[in-house]
Design a protein around this ligand. Sequence first.
Ligand SMILES: Cc1cc2nc3c(=O)[nH]c(=O)nc-3n(C[C@H](O)[C@H](O)[C@H](O)COP(=O)(O)OP(=O)(O)OC[C@H]3O[C@@H](n4cnc5c(N)ncnc54)[C@H](O)[C@@H]3O)c2cc1C
Length: 381
Amino acid sequence: MSEALEDIRQICNEIIKRIDRRHVADAGRANEVPQKLWDAWVETGLLGIGLPEEYGGIGGDLSDLVHAIDWQASAGLNLQSAIPNFMSRIPVVKYGTDEQRKSILPATATGESRFSFAITEADAGSNTFKIRTSAIKQDDGTYKLSGSKYYITGFLESEWCLVVARTTPYDPENRTEGISVFLVRPNSPGISASPMDIGIHKAEKQYSILFEDVVLPADSLLGPDGEGLKVMFDCLNPERLIVGATNIGSADYVLKKASEYASTRAPFDVPIGSYQAVQHPLAAAKASTEAARCYLYKTAEAFDRGEKVGIEASMTKYLASTAVSQATNASANVYGGSFADMETDIIGFFLQAKLSELGPVNNNIVLSQIAQKMLGLPRGY
Ligand SMILES: Cc1cc2nc3c(=O)[nH]c(=O)nc-3n(C[C@H](O)[C@H](O)[C@H](O)COP(=O)(O)OP(=O)(O)OC[C@H]3O[C@@H](n4cnc5c(N)ncnc54)[C@H](O)[C@@H]3O)c2cc1C
């Protein structure tokens, strides 16, 4: 392990000693940011991992970041509210103008500014190329943004939202062209947002959003007009690794919890954890978790070397969500009826694991990508 990673691990361990899992669980139930954990990431500089020092970060790369997230999540300390900051900074560093980088990035490391990311639309769903939100260039160089998005995490709590829009209409023959990415202020005139009623413990709120002729200054555009696909995937590929790290760490956390419970719970006078029917699902989930973790770190290192990791990032997301679903399912069985008791703190992980199969990209789409790109099978959708 590098010296930098040793330091990060030490910082993580200090935070783990200081902050109780209960704080994060309570924030999740209230759909609020776990403020003490957020503050600890700010104070220790962890919120600046992966951001170059010249923009206020502590440097490091995606590998450092996923290690930190995995270690914290393995102790039950998920900082999901920080994910949009981590993922959205990457394309701003890569494609932003000097002015955009200097004015936007430093506050994201000090915790004063949060990002959100908006691509999903009700009609397009997983077929993101078919989004209808449009940003039409005006004679004075500004853009007029119109359309809608839904399930946008932390939109009203964010200072900046990366909005994916079409600058030319959808053309089935060239579906990847004409997509652009904009840096949008959520409080801009013409934007309205309503909180959605979500039955999942998530430390943030979800919003549906309406854009009605929102005037975007010319310098809102991130990267080249109409070539936003690469900008978008420099955000979405890291997101798949960051979310994967959260799921892998969470899988370990629930397995540890369930194993402790199974070692003492003894309705037939011997611990239930001694029964193979109880042990094996937990052990199988542990094996899946460790395999997903190896693949996560391997993919993060490839990303840091500047390699293309599209399919690998999707596969990491798939492996991590499968591992956390296996882990939470096995753990829920261990708890029996107490699985539904909020005090056992399992049901939130269980619902979150289900969600991890459906988003940020659903696992069916990932399997289709693997089938096409790695096995050479024909595209069926
Ligand atoms: C809590 C939460 C937070 C979110 N946060 C954000 C956010 O911050 N920003 C954002 O932009 N989006 C966000 N999303 C949206 C999320 O990314 C989408 O819900 C997800 O990508 C799936 O899209 P969909 O729900 O429209 O499913 P659909 O596209 O309607 O798919 C439904 C189901 O159909 C099946 N399916 C669809 N297409 C195929 C296919 N080609 N092959 C096989 N099966 C298929 C899959 O089983 C899929 O689960 C969030 C969602 C939730 C629930």
